[in-house]
Design a binder for this molecule. Structure first.
Ligand code: FES
Length: 290
């Protein structure tokens, strides 16, 4: 069995009417960057609060009543299921409306949708996490999930970058991972400012400098499309084969469940067949369509 088979096997849909949003209440808002906020929220319905499950890598549709809905990855941690979290970049109508909300506001939530990271397959492997910008959102869900079962995994490298120090997301996670002696954490920015004393350079270049071994390893990559496109060739150069590279893709989505045809890449629908893919699945069309 390959990693591709496993990522498909873990896919599941929410029970009941998949179009029906559940009411959730915003409990906390964290300013990650000048344009990104992480919203912590939980269901209004106590039964749903207890029963809801998801897996790292899955996504949800969040709705603002009277405005619309949009797709976001779930960035919270399944092994710490006391709340849900989504990191939201203010770029359009729905995300601007979300940013105007305060603690206590009600939003709609439907999901979880899509497949998840292949945790079964990752066990016993050395893991190389490569993230850029808000792409750390799905990765941090998986990374904390792995940390909560640390003895099941081998060596861990985390290479994360953003355009500038102000654009680094989840700084509280970066601090915690930097202190962890079992992890090789490398943070970089494309361009530093006068206060930045850390590494500078694009994520793919830094990955090449760090040069993690491909032996018994899986690389999990998430970030802007351009970062993903330049990261795969570096991983290939380091000896990773396409089945050892996993990513999660973002496409403009509407239904989230494979009905509207809005999110295709090649012959795949990101919502129905992903959002988690191996490079083996997407390498023929990633450079032309993503
Ligand atoms: S969002 Fe409708 S098919 Fe993917």
């Amino acid at each position: 069995m390959t990693i591709t088979d496993i990522s498909y096997r873990k896919r599941f849909f929410a029970k009941g009417n998949v179009y029906l949003p559940h009411i959730a209440i915003i409990e906390k808002i964290i300013e990650e960057t000048p344009t990104i906020r992480t919203f912590h929220f939980n269901f209004k319905d106590e039964k749903l609060k207890k029963e809801f499950t998801f897996e790292s890598g899955q996504f949800a549709e969040l709705s603002i009543f009277g405005i619309g809905e949009a797709t976001f990855c779930i960035s919270s941690i399944p092994t710490r299921s006391d709340r849900l979290e989504c990191a939201i970049n203010r770029v359009g109508k729905v995300t601007n409306a979300l940013h105007r909300l305060s603690i206590g506001a009600e939003i709609g939530f439907r999901g979880p949708y899509g497949n998840s990271f292949p945790l079964d397959f990752l066990q016993g492997k050395n893991l190389v996490f490569v993230g850029g910008g808000i792409g750390l959102a799905p990765l941090r869900s998986l990374i904390w999930n792995v940390f909560d079962n640390r003895d099941k995994y081998g060596k861990i490298d985390i290479i994360y970058g953003a355009r500038s120090p102000a654009d680094l997301c989840f700084k509280y996670d970066l601090d915690a991972w930097e202190k962890d002696k079992t992890v090789n954490m490398v943070t970089t920015v494309d361009k530093g400012d006068e206060s930045w004393t850390g590494r500078q350079g694009f994520v793919p270049q830094v990955l090449e400098q760090v040069a993690p071994s491909a032996s018994n390893a899986v690389a999990i990559v998430c970030g802007p499309p351009i970062m993903i496109r330049f990261t795969f060739p570096v991983l290939e150069k380091l000896g990773f084969n396409p089945e050892q590279m996993v990513t999660t893709l973002e496409k403009r989505m509407k239904c989230g469940i494979g009905k509207c045809g809005r999110c295709n890449i090649g012959n795949l629908y990101v919502c129905r067949d992903g959002p988690v893919f191996t490079y083996a699945q997407i390498k023929n069309f990633i450079s032309s369509e993503y």
